[in-house]
Design a protein around this ligand. Structure first.
Ligand SMILES: [Zn+2]
Length: 257
């Protein structure tokens, strides 16, 4: 299996072999540079593919043949779209997961409580969600993540166990943070790219085309296009025979400590 550990063992063995061979043969430097570049590519692959399980285990779908799926919203809550997203989910009786950003919880506390009170599961999505969050050392990452836990606990009295890596990037520091904090890392099997999408029809068609039993869909309750397609997406998924299950139930994991 392609993991960080196995990759390190493989490259270390390769370097040792080359160093031994160097006793008899001249190994050009570009071979070593090429190996270093290849190693770096492996690390990038592991970091940027949330489902690779390269650095750490991330749950990205449920192992089921039943037509059950879970919908998840990242980066909220925001006044602009979250209330309407909640309204659609209520009307359609769809339970969802909300991976909230800590600073937005603090800024929109009553809205955040509403998300919880409506029966959706809450997950931690870091406090700052800053672009370089994933490069933070474990100590600083833990501090950031704990701040969101504190905001959630202060508001709804619960300690979240589910964590979604910002940008879907994983690192050894994140693995340490997950273990130390007792979190379950949650990814997705369908990335909507709704933050960049412009065409509603294309987005909708893509989501429906990618549906599989056990799928976890990544959306954002910060996007106009997401709010706009949500009722049609729910209806289209149901027309295809899919039912919406809350993410923690679909994956059979504990949402709170
Ligand atoms: Zn995010």
């Amino acid at each position: 299996m392609l993991t960080f550990r196995n990759t390190n063992i493989f490259f270390a063995a390769l370097i040792i072999c080359l160093l031994i061979l160097q006793v008899w043969f001249l190994i050009p430097m570009y071979i070593y540079f090429s190996l270093a570049a290849l190693y770096f590519l492996f690390l990038c692959y592991g970091s940027y593919n949330v489902g690779s399980n390269f650095f750490m285990k991330v749950l990205c779908s449920a192992n089921t043949t039943e037509k059950l799926i879970a919908i998840s919203f990242d980066d909220g809550p925001v006044q602009q779209y979250t209330p309407q997203v909640l309204e659609v989910l209520k009307e359609q009786k769809v339970p969802a997961a909300f991976f909230c950003i800590g600073k937005r919880i603090v800024e929109n506390e009553s809205l955040f409580r509403q998300v919880h009170e409506q029966g959706h599961i809450i997950g931690n999505h870091s406090f700052s969600h800053k672009p370089l969050f994933d490069l933070l050392p474990a100590g600083q990452m833990m501090h950031d993540v704990r701040m969101t836990d504190a905001a959630i606990k202060e508001s709804i009295g619960l300690q979240p166990k589910l964590f979604r890596p910002p940008y879907g990037i994983t690192t050894p520091a994140m693995k340490k943070t997950m273990i130390k904090g007792g979190y379950t890392a949650i990814g997705w099997s369908i990335r909507s790219f709704d933050t960049m999408a412009k065409d509603e029809k294309k987005l909708l068609n893509k989501l429906i085309r990618l549906l599989r039993p056990g799928a976890i869909i990544l959306l954002h309750d910060t996007q106009k296009i997401t709010l706009s397609i949500l009722p049609r997406f729910i209806q289209a998924a149901r027309n295809e025979g899919y039912e919406f299950e809350r993410l923690d139930k679909l994956l059979n994991v504990k949402g709170y400590a």
